[in-house]
Ligand binder design. Structure first.
Ligand code: LLP
Length: 413
């Protein structure tokens, strides 16, 4: 069983609520999140730093629902954003702009201006052209923009190639071997404060060794930069810590990971930042769906459900594994089946040849560990309205995003 979800009287439950209760009232497909699970993961990060100066910046891209951002902001979280849209959400949710870091390789002039005029904490910069742009906009507004250069350490994160970012072949960051010269040249840009170094080598890392290999490289760089007179005071190690999508996977603990970063940076007087997304939100969420049909062909057994790749694209896009559990446990044995959605392509699947509970039309199932990179990657493909989202808090739950209507589908056309 994948925490924080558990069976109580054979009903798949979270906190003090049964998922079937939500599915019956709100219909399916429906995303459900546990507020307690999100907050406890955020606090695990925050507390693991102990007394070291730090800021945990939730990666908004993982789950950008306003209610979730609001809850994290109230708990003290900062935010890692990658677009003006994400900044808009953070501000709308009451997030503190002074705790926002702006990452990404392609920030537009409008986005930089929006971030500067709202007083964000800093930019994680990925090129010299971007440094020049931020400098010119900061100068126009007579302010100083804090900047960390994102270093590409040429470390293999050993994760899915689409979410691996730390090799020199990737579009991300500035080559660690030449980045000192970039700091040297950027010192001439008078409206920048080059006080940080940042690094993010990839996502869903189940082994922390590459993260520490990257950290070692970055710490050597910090020494070199300080020796050359650059006043580096902040280190942002990005996100990346993986989660267990099945019982076979084990995850590095947040505590162990953060404590090691603290140990390795002790006495350097650095403010430490991290940008976790998945490890805060993934396990807290599920996508609830209803079985529509069973179909048997010569070679295969299919379970056709009412959620599809437009709701959760991770299996189609990254061949990702999500456990599939029935909301009501019954003693009907198991089947080996492909679990697929209604979208008209064969890439629309949630599982292939999966051994799973024997489920029938009308039964509900939960696609587990879908709280991160789930709804945020949903689309209207096949003109399917996007699912609703529900947040559970103890005995209570509420809809935090309405299911889209057919009218929503044609808005703006
Ligand atoms: N910081 C930066 C600069 C990032 O690019 C990312 C993720 C994070 C932080 C958060 O990483 P996390 O802690 O969540 O691993 N859609 C993919 C994941 C894409 C991750 C992109 N960057 C998926 O569904 O697996």
């Amino acid at each position: 069983m994948i925490a924080p979800y558990f069976y109580r009287d054979n009903e798949l439950s979270v906190e003090e609520v049964t998922l079937a209760d939500i599915a019956e009232k709100e219909d399916t497909p429906c995303y459900v999140y546990s507020s307690a699970a999100i907050l406890s993961q955020y606090r695990a990060y925050d507390q693991a730093f102990g007394t070291a100066p730090h800021q945990v910046c939730f990666a908004v891209k993982a789950n950008s629902n306003l209610s979730i951002l609001r809850m994290l902001a109230k708990a003290g979280a900062g935010f890692d954003i990658v677009s003006g849209g994400e900044l808009f959400r953070v501000l709308r949710a009451g997030g503190d702009p002074a705790k926002v870091v702006f990452s990404g390789v392609g920030k537009s002039r409008e986005e930089v201006e929006y971030a500067i005029t709202n007083g964000i904490h800093s930019f994680n910069c990925e090129s010299e052209a971007e440094l020049a742009l931020i400098n010119s906009i900061a100068s126009r507004h007579s302010v100083f923009a804090s900047v960390a250069l994102r270093v590409n350490p040429n470390v293999d994160a050993k994760t899915h190639p689409y979410i691996s970012t730390g090799l020199h072949d990737h579009k991300f960051g500035i080559n660690i071997d030449v980045v000192k010269e970039v700091y040297d040249r950027a010192a001439a840009l008078q409206h920048l404060r080059l006080t940080g170094v940042s690094c993010h080598i990839g996502s869903q890392l189940l082994d922390t060794n590459p993260l520490f290999e990257a950290l070692d490289g970055v710490l050597t760089l910090v020494e070199k930069l300080r020796a050359a007179g650059h006043p580096i005071t902040e280190l942002d190690m990005g996100g990346g810590l993986g989660v267990a999508y099945s019982d076979q996977q084990t995850t590095p603990s947040v505590q162990t990971y953060i404590k090691l970063i603290c140990e390795k940076t002790a006495n350097l007087g650095l403010k430490l930042m991290v940008e976790p997304g998945r490890s805060i939100a993934a396990a807290a969420g599920v996508l609830v769906s209803r079985v529509m049909y069973r179909k048997t062909t010569a070679n295969k057994e299919f379970v056709i459900v009412d959620a599809a790749m437009n709701d959760l694209i991770r299996p189609s896009l990254y061949q990702a594994h999500h456990e599939i559990l029935p909301l009501r446990q019954r003693s009907l044995g198991t089947i080996t089946a492909d679990v697929v959605g209604p979208v008209c392509e064969s890439g629309d699947y949630f599982a292939r040849d999966r051994q799973m509970a024997n489920v029938f039309p009308g039964d509900y199932v939960a696609l587990m560990t879908a709280g991160a990179y789930g709804f945020v990657q949903a689309s209207n493909y096949n003109s399917r309205p996007r699912a609703c989202e529900v947040l559970v808090e103890g005995k209570q739950w509420r809809v935090i995003r309405q299911r889209e209507t057919l009218e929503d589908l044609v808005q703006g056309e």
